[in-house]
Design a protein around this ligand. Structure first.
Ligand code: WTA
Length: 659
């Protein structure tokens, strides 16, 4: 029997009627699915893709390509299929879920709530697609979306998808320089933004940042501006004649019918920039069908999605979590997805729980940083609210320590809810190693077991795969439908970043331990990527911002354990000969990082050092700096290869000031 003929592959709507949209309800089912996906990946995922995605032309092909030949032939899934992603997320739900709430928006102030049904969302997306087409956006062209957490951000994404255009959402905390880099790299012709964003009672000057980013840039012909606050201070919002258009003058007046463009399964859906060890952020490309299949499957399976769920992911749409688990996965599954504009501590530290109780949220998904921040305020703000609606709690973005896990489980989940610690990355498109809510026995601090389709391997320093328990670098062995296909405009960079370290394997950049039960414990990045409050940033990005200022000659940036943020940023800097004003240099250093990356990038410790520890061939030994920042100067290891070992002592003494 082929996968497609199996009797347990039932129509999505039958499963919905039965209560759950997941086929995996216990460990035997998990093992069975995992084994099937391993034995016949093409067949298993083809069957999933057919039932979870709405096709114009159903695919007959499963996987083409592998990790060995990825340089010459990119990975393809469902290659001969045709679809439009927005039809899977909207049109096909109209008949049965037209009046169901698709997006439940909670604004910065708790009193601001908006609900958009699937019919309303469909109409808005059609209007937006018509308006964007009118502005000249065509299939394959790129649009930058630089917005806050408003429904219009999701509408803009889906409208691009409807036209077959490629969106690149830039997190609203990024600076003008970072926006400009991304506009240039992807060659965007349109920017979609809003006047101001709202966060914790403050205005975020999104339009003003776009104006600064586009100064002197001629590639962007139109800027579409959603008006979030008609009373926003005038100095934050100036419109440029001929280039800038208000959303309410264009989108609101457009027709609410729109014929979606037919796309190939492997046409790009979006580009999302993410930080790596070296150089500027990379534009990872996700394609239509494989990404949608992966996000829909994982969203349903991990969270055990039910038809009447009120599902809330508190991430930002600007990161991959927002793409996969606020927009594409939930809407493809016909779920009610909450978009939350504010922060967990506004107007008070009980904001999340107040929101859970008011909307009767059943699945709640957030980052360990938020949990640690709220746990510091004790259980009272949680206990004030009736959280009996909750069934599944999720975390994402960084390792969660067992203490924070227990707090989430006991205080928030009242020992009743499953806690799913989901490990994945921008590159993987969706969850890879995670508990399945109804099935997997949890261990606090472990992401537990791989989903079907995911074959993890731990590799030691000699590139040997470990058998059984042990610790090593986490690689994944075989392509799954959601893996990013390339780096925009630079396929070689994609190959060299992910597939050359261990040939034939995808290298994640993470370290990981496997215990005797086969459970995975992510230990964090083993490369030069920082994870601060779940925000992924490259040390190289900090360093290039720092050495660009006049006062500094050299800089090396490393992470260190931080009790709330997960990691803090420690910058070692060397003054330029002749500069001796440390206060001025420090001020400019902070300013430079903010201007180059954004407000979310902050140096926690800035340490002036006489020199960096370098080998005789001039290579900076970051390992030593990392150990010093971590407060373990007694574990530096061999420093005899340094050109000037005495520099280490001075750095260690200086670092004591910080710990
Ligand atoms: C880290 C976010 C431990 C990891 C979805 C990964 C995690 C990086 C977890 C990707 C987790 C994500 N436990 N670490 N549950 N989830 N990470 O691309 O280091 O922003 O490589 O994707 O976050 O970050 P990214």
């Amino acid at each position: 029997m082929t996968e497609a003929e199996r009797p347990d592959i039932i129509d999505v709507d039958d499963r919905v009627r039965a209560g759950s949209t997941s086929q995996i309800q216990d460990m035997p089912a998990y093992r069975e699915h995992w084994a099937r996906a391993e034995a016949d990946p093409g067949g298993y995922w083809l069957a999933q893709a057919k039932q979870r995605v709405h096709w114009r032309k159903p695919p007959t092909r499963g996987l083409e390509g592998d990790f060995w030949s990825v340089r010459d032939s990119p990975i393809a899934w469902f290659g001969d299929g045709e679809l439009n992603v927005s039809e899977s997320c909207l049109d096909r739900h109209l008949e049965r879920r037209g009046d169901k709430t698709a997006i439940l928006w909670e604004g910065d102030e708790p009193s601001e709530v908006r609900k958009l049904s699937y019919s309303q969302l469909h109409a808005e997306v059609c209007r937006c697609a018509n308006a964007l087409a009118e502005l000249g956006l065509k299939k394959g062209e790129r649009a930058i979306i630089y917005m806050g957490m408003v429904p219009e951000a999701a509408i803009a994404m889906l409208a691009c998808a409807r036209l077959g255009a490629v969106h690149s959402v830039v997190f609203g905390g990024f600076s003008a320089e970072a926006v400009r880099d991304r506009v240039r790299d992807c060659g965007a012709s349109i920017v979609i933004t809003q006047d101001v964003g709202k966060r914790g009672g403050k205005n975020i000057p999104l339009k003003r940042t776009v104006d600064a980013a586009l100064e002197g840039e001629h590639g962007v012909e139109k800027v579409l501006v959603y008006q979030r606050d008609a009373e926003a201070p005038a100095e934050l919002v100036s419109m440029q004649d001929g280039r800038d258009l208000w959303w309410h003058d264009t989108v609101d007046k457009a027709s609410e019918t729109h014929e979606a463009t037919t796309c190939g399964a492997e046409d790009p859906l979006f580009i999302l920039y993410t930080s790596g060890s070296t150089g500027r952020p990379k534009g990872l490309v996700h394609t239509c069908a494989g990404y949608l299949t992966w996000t829909a499957y994982t969203h349903a399976v991990t969270f055990d999605l039910r038809e009447d769920d009120v599902y809330a992911c508190a991430a930002d749409i600007g990161w991959v979590t927002g793409h996969s688990y606020i927009v594409y996965g939930p809407l493809c599954n016909g779920a009610t997805s909450v978009i939350f504009e504010s922060i967990p501590t506004y107007p008070d530290v009980d904001r999340y729980w107040d929101m859970v109780a008011r909307h009767q949220i059943t699945v709640f998904y957030t980052a360990p940083t938020a949990i640690r921040t709220l746990a510091a305020h004790g259980p009272e703000p949680v206990r004030k609210h009736d959280l009996s609606s909750l069934r599944v709690l999720g975390t994402v973005g960084e390792p969660i320590d067992p203490v924070a896990w227990q707090w989430y489980y006991e205080v928030v989940g009242q020992e009743r809810c499953a806690v799913v610690d989901t490990w994945w990355q921008t590159e993987t498109g969706g969850h890879c190693i995670t508990p399945i809510a109804p099935a997997t026995p949890e261990k606090p601090g472990s992401a537990t077991l791989p989903l079907p389709g995911i074959l993890p391997t731990l590799v030691d320093d000699d590139a040997r795969a470990l058998i059984g328990p042990g610790q090593g670098r986490l690689c994944l062995e075989h392509p799954w439908p959601g893996i990013a296909r390339t780096v925009w405009g630079d396929h070689e960079r994609y190959v060299s970043t992910y597939f050359t370290m261990f040939e034939g394997r995808y290298f994640t950049g993470d370290g990981c331990r496997r215990d005797a039960d086969g459970y995975y414990w992510i230990t964090g990045r083993v490369d030069d990527v920082l994870n601060v409050s779940g925000h992924r940033m490259g040390t190289a990005e900090f360093e290039s911002a720092l050495i660009a200022i006049d006062e500094l000659a050299e800089a090396a940036v490393v992470g260190y354990p931080h009790p709330v943020k997960g990691q803090g940023v420690h910058a070692y800097v060397v003054l330029q000969p002749g500069s001796d004003d440390r206060a001025e240099a420090a001020k400019n250093a902070h300013r430079a990082v903010r201007a180059s990356i954004g407000a979310h990038a902050r140096i926690d410790r800035l340490q002036f050092v006489p020199g960096l520890p370098k080998t005789r061939s001039g290579k900076c030994m970051r390992r030593i700096l990392r150990k010093i920042a971590e407060g373990e100067p007694d574990k530096l290891g061999d420093v005899s290869t340094l050109a000037d070992p005495s520099v280490v002592e001075v750095i260690v003494r200086g670092a004591e000031l910080f710990s």
